[in-house]
Design a protein around this ligand. Sequence first.
Ligand code: 3PG
Length: 215
Amino acid sequence: MNAMNEAISKIGVVPVIKLNHPERDAAALGKALCAGGVPVAEITFRAAGADMAIKLMKEANPDMIVGAGTVTTTEQIDAAKAAGAQFIVTPGFDAELVEYSLKQGLPIYPGCTTPTDYHAALKFGLEVLKFFPAEQSGGLAKIKAMSAPFPQFKVMPTGGVSLKNLKEYLSAPGIAACGGSYMVTADLIDNQKWDEITELCKKSVEIVKEARGNG
Ligand code: 3PG
């Protein structure tokens, strides 16, 4: 796996973040994630100012891996790159975005859940795909069925992942990491519950270790 894939896999969980007040919260949220042992963030373009959030989180936490999520246009890739984003995540498979992102030197994790998506991803030599929305698309059973014809991919299941099913996902073969918003919900962020976020991250890290047999 390439260096970014390795680094994200090692952490094991990727918080999926919608930040409504980047100037107020980005730096502190990054610190809370790092304090919990989860130095990675996918900041989604669902909220205006996502690029500013990426910039502020990264500047305040230079050792963190900060990427952009819910990217649907090449303009957003440009904005994410200018802000210092280190990876791109898209909800579905869009060949134009995959090609564009790779040309910019940015790793991209497109949302893929069907054999057709996986075929498309093969053409770009991708190693890790976002499996989204994971639970709603058939969860682990589907991930396992898809890995039979496509053993070359690892996936990042996202959508419906929580502390309840994290261990089950991470214990299965072919899982690079799990994405989720359970440790960065709107309530936790908008009410600046940084300690709770740190605790949820710590619990997640424990589960990552248990699932991988080094807990
Ligand atoms: C995403 O965009 O990746 C999802 O909204 C995250 O899904 P979750 O909120 O169910 O974790």
